[in-house]
Design a protein around this ligand. Structure first.
Ligand SMILES: [Fe+2]
Ligand SMILES: [Fe+2]
Length: 135
């Protein structure tokens, strides 16, 4: 049973972004699996780096489409992306400094971090992109 299960309620209606969100879910599940299995920190760390890199790519894809289509809520959405990246980078910095370690608390933080953004902020663009012919 995966830690975070994709379900249709997480769909935002833009196929490319739904696929990217599913990839983010896979990263989170992979991190969780590594933590539960007691994998070496270096191995888990590389999954975290993959998650962060992929998140930045995904956010830039969303922002590019918002700019292209003149999405009215672009600025607050971009701001939220920045805050999300900052929060995960702060955690990574604490890991680097030995002030933090991989834990189930981290997992619940990341789970909320992703699911809330999709459910609350990303879903706001669904109707707009649909009206602009993007699916
Ligand atoms: Fe977003
Ligand atoms: Fe997103």
């Amino acid at each position: 049973m995966p830690y975070l299960t994709w379900n249709d309620e997480l769909t935002v209606g833009v196929k490319k972004f739904d696929e990217e969100h599913q990839e983010l879910v896979r990263f989170i599940n992979q991190l969780h699996t590594g933590i539960i299995a007691g994998d070496a920190a270096s191995k888990i760390y590389s999954v975290l780096e993959g998650l962060i890199d992929y998140t930045e790519i995904h956010f830039s894809h969303e922002e590019d489409l918002m700019i292209m289509k003149n999405y009215p809520d672009f600025e607050p959405h971009k701001k939220e992306h920045e805050i999300l990246v900052k929060s995960v980078l702060e955690f990574k910095k604490k890991l680097d400094d030995g002030k933090e370690s991989f834990s189930l608390e981290l997992m619940s933080f990341l789970k909320d971090w992703l699911v809330k953004h999709i459910n609350i902020t990303d879903k706001k663009y669904s109707e707009f992109f649909r009206k602009n012919g993007i699916s």
